[in-house]
Design a binder for this molecule. Structure first.
Ligand SMILES: Nc1ncnc2c1ncn2[C@@H]1O[C@H](COP(=O)(O)OP(=O)(O)OP(=O)(O)O)[C@@H](O)[C@H]1O
Ligand SMILES: O=P(O)(O)OC[C@H]1O[C@H](OP(=O)(O)OP(=O)(O)O)[C@H](O)[C@@H]1O
Ligand SMILES: [Mg+2]
Length: 283
């Protein structure tokens, strides 16, 4: 049985649970039970504070974990990462009060900076040759300048609303993060085999999320141009329509290229362009 540690409640929780479920693994979750067993895969799920996850996996108390790279690197456990998962994307940034003068990181020399990430920040500042006084606090970091605790902060930013709401201006991005799957060093051969199965499923889910199924009608005369735009996985499926001179084309497109391709398809005469989600994609 594999044990995976995920965040009990917070920014990682929902997507971590969703990913495990999309891998076809069923379990009953309740907010009171902190350890649950899946019914159709040898997996036990532990619900923990995210800060504790790297340590549990490093020590082998849990075999696997899902955690942000920011927390993983801060804990000095970057070597445990096995797979980036593409959610909970955020950045670690330095910010100063909106009206404060700031030209470069050298302006932080001798200043006090509040953060929950003293290791990542300390390494960054050392690399820049800047000495500052770091105040380590575990949350609500953005409040620090307005209560006189620090002159700058370094914390997680996503939309930037928290900085804006607290009169702060983002001045440097020092680290980019997303959720990652981590694994204990030296897993037994049996557990490694289960991990490989789980990664195979996770990759199929992620590949599917990045792809869309596209169906459209096009004049047969435009077929070569349509094929060039929609090469698909191997090649597109082309079937004749009942109406003479027209074909139906089915293919797979990368989601981030869809809008660009859809406009080009329309320009060469394609009609009725439908886009459907793909649940899993193997290979
Ligand atoms: N605004 C955000 N947008 C996207 N991802 C975020 C955001 N804030 C945090 N994250 C990511 O999600 C992780 C968990 O964030 P969260 O705020 O839930 O942590 P926490 O308050 O420390 O939780 P816990 O109670 O488990 O210690 C962060 O370490 C980071 O990787
Ligand atoms: O740029 P934004 O979109 O505003 O997001 C950034 C905020 O999100 C996180 O806090 P969260 O809301 O998770 O609360 P927490 O302090 O309880 O972790 C993070 O610590 C920032 O404060
Ligand atoms: Mg935490």
């Amino acid at each position: 049985m594999l044990r995976i540690a995920i965040q009990k409640s917070g920014r990682l929780s929902e997507d971590s649970l969703k990913l495990i479920r999309e891998c076809g693994i069923s379990f009953v979750s309740s907010s009171y039970k902190l350890k649950v067993e899946a019914s159709n895969f040898p997996l036990e799920i532990l619900y923990l504070r995210d800060d504790d996850i790297p340590g549990y996996v490093q020590d082998g108390v849990a075999d696997l974990g899902i955690v942000g790279q920011n927390v993983l690197v801060e804990a000095g456990c970057a070597n445990l990462e096995v797979e980036a998962l593409g959610f909970s994307k955020c950045r670690l940034s330095l910010a100063v009060p909106r009206g404060a003068e700031y030209n470069s990181v050298a302006d932080l020399q001798g200043k006090s900076i509040a953060t929950s990430y003293p290791t990542i920040l300390g390494d960054y500042l050392a690399g820049e040759g800047v000495r500052a006084n770091l105040h380590t606090i575990s949350g609500s970091v953005e409040i620090a300048p307005s209560i006189g605790l620090a002159e700058a902060i370094c914390d997680i930013v996503s939309s930037g609303s928290t900085l804006l709401g607290n009169g702060l201006r983002e001045v440097e991005t020092i680290f980019r993060s997303e959720a990652v799957l981590i694994a204990a060093p030296n897993l037994s051969a049996e557990k490694q085999e289960l991990l490989d199965q789980l990664r195979f499923r996770m990759q199929a889910v992620r590949r599917a999320q990045r792809s869309k199924y596209i169906v459209l009608n096009a004049p047969a005369s435009a077929l070569d141009a349509v094929k060039a735009l929609l090469p698909g996985i191997k090649s597109p499926t082309v079937t004749p329509l009942a109406e003479e001179g027209w074909v139906s084309v089915q293919s797979v497109v990368e989601e981030d290229k869809f809008w660009h391709i859809a406009a080009e398809l329309q320009a060469i005469g394609a009609e009725g362009i439908l886009v459907l989600p793909i649940e899993k994609r193997v290979g």
